[in-house]
Design a protein around this ligand. Structure first.
Ligand SMILES: Cc1cc2nc3c(=O)[nH]c(=O)nc-3n(C[C@H](O)[C@H](O)[C@H](O)COP(=O)(O)OP(=O)(O)OC[C@H]3O[C@@H](n4cnc5c(N)ncnc54)[C@H](O)[C@@H]3O)c2cc1C
Length: 394
C-alpha cells in the first residue's frame, strides 16, 4: 500500500520533515536498538546496572552521538526533528536507557555548538567516539525544581574558581568524565554560572548510583565537590547568563522527554493491538469486543494528541521561536497520558502483559520518571499558569 492509500501513521508527520540522510540515521537507531539497546535494557533491569561506557561507545560508533554536531566538527549536522525521531526508536524499548544515551548526546551537541574553540577542540573528539561522557548537573539533594536556590558555590580564585557543593540525580554520574555544573557566584538567579568540571579532578567525589527500584540504566547518581579548582576558561557563560542559558535549553529538553513518553505509549499500544488481534475470547478476537476496542481507542486518541503537541513544540524549537508554553503543554500532556495509557494496554493483554518478555511492566515503571525529569508536571503547570493571562486572556 502506498502512503496516499493508507491513513497517516504516528511517525509519518516526523518522517516527512526529514531528509533522506536523516531518515538513514533513524534506520541506524532502529538497528542499534535490536543489536545493543534492547538486550542491554533487559540486562540493566534484571541486574540493576547503570549505563555502561561500552554501550555508549557502541552508540557513538553508529555516528548518532554526533547526530546534531555540525559536519565541520565531525558530526552529522542533523536537525532537531531527527533527534526526536531517533529517540522515538530508543524510548519505545526503554525510557531509562534512551534517557541516558540522549543525555550524553545532548551534552555533545551543547559542547560542540555553545563553547569556545579551546574547549571544543580539547573534548569533542573523545566525546564523539564515546571515549568520554559528559553530564549536566543542576539538581541538588535539597531540591531540583527551584534552580534559583542552588547552594553549590563558586568563589573566585587565582586563574579560576573554587567549587563546593553537592549534586544529585545526575544522569550518567557513574560513567561521566565531565559535567556542566550550575553554581552560585553571588545571589539569586543572576549569580548562577555554568562551569565545565573535570570529574577526575582533585576534590570531586562520585557518591554512587542512587538505589533506585527501576530505571537503573539512567545511571543517576550524586557528585560532591570539595574545593574543586576550575580554570577560568571553563566558566561557560558569565554568571547570570548561566541561568538564562539553562532555561533556554530546557524547552527543547522538555519536548524531547514528551516525545519519549509518546514512543513508550506507542509501543505499548502496538503490542496490545497485535495481541488482541490474535487472542480470542467468547468466539471473537479480543479486538472485536467493543468494550476492549473502545479502551484501546481511548489510548490511541490520547497518543495522537500527545504526538501532535510534541510535533508543534518541535517545530517551534526548530524555528527558534519562543517555545516555553508549547514545551510545557507537550511535556505535561504526554507524560501524563503515558502512565494510564500503558496500564490500559497491559490490562487488554491480560496476565501476558506481566511477562518479562513483553517489557511492559518495566516500561510502565520507567515512564514514571518522565514526570520528574527536566521539570515536574507541577512545574509545567506553573509555566502554563503563568502564561494564562498573556496567552488565553483577551
Ligand atoms: C530519570 C531522571 C533523570 C534526571 N537527570 C538529571 C540530570 O541529568 N541533571 C540534573 O540536574 N537533574 C536530573 N534529574 C533531576 C530532576 O531534574 C528533578 O527531579 C526535578 O527537577 C525535580 O526536582 P526534585 O526531584 O528535587 O523535586 P522537588 O523540587 O523537591 O519537588 C518535589 C515536589 O514538589 C513539587 N513542587 C515544587 N515546586 C512547586 C511549586 N512551586 N508548586 C507546586 N508544586 C511544586 C514538584 O513538582 C514535586 O512534585 C533527573 C531526574 C530523573 C527522575
Amino acid at each position: 500500500m502506498t502512503r496516499s492509500d493508507r491513513e497517516q501513521r504516528l511517525y509519518d508527520i516526523w518522517d516527512d520533515s526529514l531528509s533522506a540522510q536523516e531518515r538513514e540515521l533513524v534506520d541506524r537507531a532502529r538497528a542499534f536498538c535490536q543489536e545493543v539497546l534492547v538486550p542491554f535494557a533487559q540486562m540493566a533491569h534484571r541486574d540493576r546496572l547503570p549505563m555502561s561506557k561500552a554501550v555508549v561507545r557502541a552508540w557513538a560508533a553508529t555516528g548518532l552521538q554526533g547526530m546534531q554536531t555540525p559536519t565541520e566538527f565531525g558530526g552529522q549536522g542533523a536537525s532537531y526533528f531527527t533527534k526526536i525521531r531517533v529517540v522515538h526508536e530508543l524510548s519505545r524499548h526503554s525510557f531509562a536507557a534512551a534517557f541516558s544515551l540522549n543525555n550524553s548526546h545532548s551534552m555533545v551537541t551543547m559542547l560542540a555548538t555553545q563553547t569556545a574553540p579551546g574547549i571544543r577542540n580539547a573534548y569533542l573528539p573523545a566525546l564523539l567516539k564515546g571515549e568520554m561522557v559528559a553530564s549536566v548537573a543542576l539538581t541538588e539533594p535539597q531540591g531540583g525544581s527551584d534552580l534559583g536556590a542552588t547552594r553549590t558555590s563558586a568563589k573566585r580564585a587565582d586563574g579560576g574558581w573554587i567549587l563546593d557543593g553537592e549534586k544529585s540525580w545526575i544522569t550518567n554520574a557513574t560513567i561521566s568524565d565531565l559535567a556542566v555544573v550550575t553554581a552560585q557566584t553571588g545571589k539569586g538567579t543572576r549569580g548562577i554560572g555554568r562551569f565545565l568540571v573535570d570529574l577526575n579532578a582533585a576534590g570531586v567525589e562520585r557518591t554512587g548510583a542512587h538505589a533506585v527500584e527501576v530505571g537503573h540504566a539512567v545511571g543517576a547518581g550524586g557528585l560532591k565537590f570539595t574545593q574543586v579548582w576550575v580554570p577560568e576558561h571553563h566558566l561557560l557563560e558569565a554568571p547570570g547568563e548561566g541561568f538564562k542559558r539553562t532555561m533556554e535549553s530546557i524547552n527543547g529538553a522538555r519536548i524531547h522527554v514528551a516525545a519519549m513518553a509518546v514512543a513508550a505509549l506507542e509501543r505499548a499500544l502496538q503490542q496490545a493491538v497485535d495481541y488482541c488481534s490474535e487472542r480470542f475470547a467468547f468466539g471473537k478476537a479480543l479486538i472485536e469486543q467493543q468494550g476492549l476496542r473502545w479502551q484501546l481507542a481511548d489510548v490511541a486518541n490520547q497518543l495522537e494528541a500527545a504526538n501532535l503537541l510534541v510535533y508543534r513544540g518541535a517545530q517551534m524549537v526548530h524555528q527558534k521561536l519562543p517555545a516555553a508554553l508549547a514545551a510545557a503543554h507537550a511535556k505535561k500532556f504526554a507524560t501524563h497520558v503515558a502512565v494510564p495509557g500503558i496500564e490500559a494496554c497491559m490490562q487488554a493483554m491480560g496476565a501476558t502483559a506481566m511477562l518479562a518478555s513483553t517489557g511492559l511492566a518495566r516500561q510502565l515503571a520507567e515512564i514514571k520518571m518522565a514526570g520528574y525529569a527536566d521539570g515536574t508536571t507541577e512545574v509545567q503547570n506553573e509555566r502554563i499558569g503563568g502564561l494564562l493571562k498573556g496567552c488565553y486572556g483577551t
